[in-house]
Design a binder for this molecule. Structure first.
Ligand code: PPS
Length: 285
């Protein structure tokens, strides 16, 4: 079955498990606390990888938590029906995830000391990852080809809207002390260095052997083998045969899928939409 989006203020949300009323409550009524920590991203940017790393930092590398509790209970998505109910009833420092663009994020966050880690990935890899993922779900109207999805992506007619607006919006927070920007490409190149950066941001000190455990249990292979981190419990109303969160986990896969013409069009749109940001801002070619 194909589904259309659930639109809210021009942003397409999944047709299942998301309600406009909840998205509205998240923005207007959700009380963010100073001790809260959010993992934020545009979808398919490495969100789940980052969640696993943060969970492992919290347990000093002990994998029990990540191996016994589903990822969406460890770090619920605040904008989903289930996630919202879970987080508003949760005591103590909360770990939460979100794909919301900045203008739909809880208003109380902006006057809080809550921390955010925002992960960014080469949008061409985000596009390819999303294409292969969403078509195995009933969360979106399924594109008939990569070319169709490519067009939707450039127009922002994909889940959570335009990549360009998401990134522009959230990068406006990049100088804030409680806001850490990470890149998927840097995480791939130097995972341990990125883990240390996250520890510093969170004020956590890990011993060398604990850092090695974080590295070990957050690797692509370890995550692939851990059912609690791979959406393997997503129910049949959402997923169709063969949904794979852990698809390839590489950088530059777009080169295997874009035509030369698509690569040129994408580059042109990127230059236009991201004008004003220094070229060094984004660590991909
Ligand atoms: S979602 O559904 O939007 O929350 O997806 P998200 O977690 O943001 O992104 C999924 C992509 O992240 C890759 N991934 C990893 N890469 C490297 N190492 C590790 N450990 C890892 N975990 C997840 C995953 O494979 C998806 O990318 P693609 O390109 O599809 O493989």
């Amino acid at each position: 079955m194909m589904s259309d989006y659930n639109w809210f203020e021009g942003i397409p949300f999944p047709a299942i498990a998301f309600q406009k009323e909840i998205v509205e409550d998240v923005r207007n009524k959700f009380l963010v606390k100073d001790e809260d920590l959010f993992i934020l991203s545009y979808p398919k940017s490495g969100t789940n990888w980052l969640i696993v790393i943060v969970c492992l930092i919290q347990t000093k590398g002990d994998p029990k938590w990540i191996q016994s509790v589903p990822i969406w209970d460890r770090s619920p998505w605040i904008e989903s029906d289930v996630g919202y109910t879970e987080v508003i009833n949760k005591e103590g420092p909360r770990l939460m995830s979100s794909h919301l663009p900045i203008h739909l994020f809880p208003k109380t966050f902006f006057s809080s000391k809550a921390k955010v880690i925002y992960i960014i990935r080469d949008p061409r890899d985000v596009l390819v990852s999303g294409y292969f993922f969403w078509r195995k779900t009933n969360l979106i109207k399924n594109p008939d080809s990569l070319g169709t999805y490519f067009e939707w992506f450039l127009k922002g007619n994909v889940l959570f809207g335009s990549w360009f607006e998401h990134i522009r919006g959230w990068l406006s927070m990049r100088e804030w002390d409680n806001f850490l920007v990470l890149y998927y490409e840097d995480m791939k190149k130097d995972t341990k260095g990125t883990i240390k950066k996250i520890c510093e941001f969170l004020g956590k000190k890990l011993e060398e052997d604990e850092l090695d455990l974080v590295l070990k249990y957050s690797s692509f292979q370890a995550m692939k083998e851990n059912k609690m981190s791979t959406f393997s419990f997503v129910t049949e109303d959402v997923v169709t045969n063969g949904l794979k969160l852990m698809r390839k986990g590489i950088t530059g896969d777009w080169k295997n899928h874009f035509t030369v013409a698509q690569a040129e069009i994408f580059d042109k749109v990127f230059q236009e939409k991201m004008a004003g940001f220094p070229p060094k801002m984004f660590p991909w070619e």
